[in-house]
Design a protein around this ligand. Sequence first.
Ligand code: SF4
Length: 239
Amino acid sequence: MQGAQLETLLRGAEGRSALEIVRLIGERFGERAGLACSFGAEDVVLVDLLCRAGARSRVFAIETGRLHEATYEAMDRIREHYGTQIDVYYPRHEDVERMLALGGPYSFRKSLEARHECCRVRKVEPLERALSGLAAWMTGLRREQSVTRAAVETIERDEAHNGIVKINPLIDWTSDQVWDYIREHKVPYNRLHDEGFPSIGCEPCTRAVAPGEHPRAGRWWWESPEHKECGLHVQTESS
Ligand code: SF4
């Protein structure tokens, strides 16, 4: 998207609620916008908002092959509840086979580089395929989630993905707002949230957190906070 078009979009979104932003994106991009859904609390709120807004945006999921059983159940419940088609993207089998042959099924615990390689194979490459052909993608990022997300904007140009538009309608929401919305609108959600998982990713890389711990403390808990991203949300200087 050109700078002037992005400016127009930014002005159009100024002061709007998440529902209005989702509607605006639906009107502007139709099926050329997609919601990346990993079936965490923020993502199911966005599915609900999409349906409420009557937006034709696609919903897609990255199936890393290492998800929790509860996440598959959540996927099924969302599909049935909203009658939404969910496009599922898998990693390339030859990349997974190579990675397992070289490092075994827990290679990601051996070093930061090995963890990034696993996320690249299982998440980043499938995401790139999911985004190809899209003009915009939506995420459930919130600023308060982590230090790596503090500078994220509601709408930005995603330089890491060919400059397509990235929309984060819940960027200013608090965790309480997310859960108030889920309760008020009876949105189906991942049962792991009731079992101490505020943030949900792959099964071997996510654990429950204790009361008072940071919500993302259970993601890659053996790494320091500034490394806790999987490569899906890359911040560049111009984004
Ligand atoms: S979260 Fe863990 S299992 Fe999932 S892709 Fe990243 S390193 Fe691999």
